[in-house]
Design a protein around this ligand. Structure first.
Ligand code: CIR
Length: 258
């Protein structure tokens, strides 16, 4: 169970964030900041403590901290983003993780974005995407094999990251956007798959811990599905964060601390 969340404030340069996938449109920076603050407040229900990494106001995508590290079982693999403009973001994230994790660095030619990695029990699913290559998946395997985690690569048919199509709202459960990935990739590594209708695909990315689930507002079917399972939902307006191709998991790194 995660105890701590690492977050990074929204930078002044955020209106220039990469937006080649679901984003685009003019970003209202003040509204984006309000939405990000509401996200951080909602996260308090999921962890004991929130630690803020120093902002980098010249790095437009730096609020999307998830992409800079994969953390599990006391280890952190500091990634090497598939987006060259994002590589400056990793050093401060590594520094912030140092008190709790044994650090390993991803080296060229490997590329890896944290948004492509979903942990389900003893397995790390890794999306092979425009951001993550085979060498990145191999770096992940080498880093986490000593702590008993297996790595299962999944070629991504579409989308920015693996977790744009799926996430885990509670232990053993996968929330999967309809028609996005072959459900057989989850065989033997989760207990149940809950399918989100294609029209609500954006809501397949949620943050869940301690029976609480943060989800984007405006997705009633997904919300009802989570509540019917006894989870408490916290809908959040993400309009300005989505314009920068952001979703919920990408704005934090959750970790278990001793
Ligand atoms: C990017 O293109 O890298 C950012 N604009 C969005 C990153 C979103 N990250 C994530 O979903 N893990």
């Amino acid at each position: 169970m995660p105890t701590l969340a690492l977050i990074r404030p929204l930078p002044d340069a955020y209106p220039r964030a990469l937006s080649a996938y679901m984003g685009g449109g003019t970003i209202d920076l003040d509204l984006a900041r309000t939405q990000h603050r509401a996200y951080v407040e909602a996260l308090r229900a999921c962890v004991d403590r929130i630690v803020e990494v120093t902002p980098d106001h010249d790095a437009p995508d730096s609020v999307f901290i998830e992409d800079q590290a994969v953390v599990a079982r006391g280890r952190a693999l500091i990634t090497r983003s598939g987006a060259p403009s994002r590589r400056r973001e990793r050093q401060p994230v590594a520094h912030a993780l140092q008190p709790w994790c044994h650090l390993t660095w991803t080296r060229a030619p490997a590329t890896l974005d944290g948004g492509d990695v979903l942990q389900l029990g003893d397995t790390l699913l890794v999306g092979l995407s425009s951001r993550t290559n085979n060498a990145g998946a191999e770096a992940l395997r080498r880093c986490f094999a000593p702590v008993g985690l297996k790595v299962q690569p999944v070629p991504l048919p579409a989308g920015l990251h693996l977790k744009c199509a799926c996430s885990s709202p509670a232990p053993g459960i996968v929330l999967l956007a309809e028609s996005s990935l072959n459900p057989s990739i989850f065989d033997g590594i989760c207990n149940e798959i809950w399918t989100v209708p294609a029209a609500e695909a954006y809501a397949a990315n949620v943050v869940g811990a301690r029976g609480q689930v943060l989800l984007p507002s405006g997705y009633p079917h997904t919300r009802a599905l989570l509540e019917a399972a006894g989870l408490q939902t916290r809908p959040l307006d993400l309009s300005e964060l989505r314009k920068g191709d952001g979703s919920l998991t990408c704005m934090s790194i959750l970790l278990e601390t001793p």
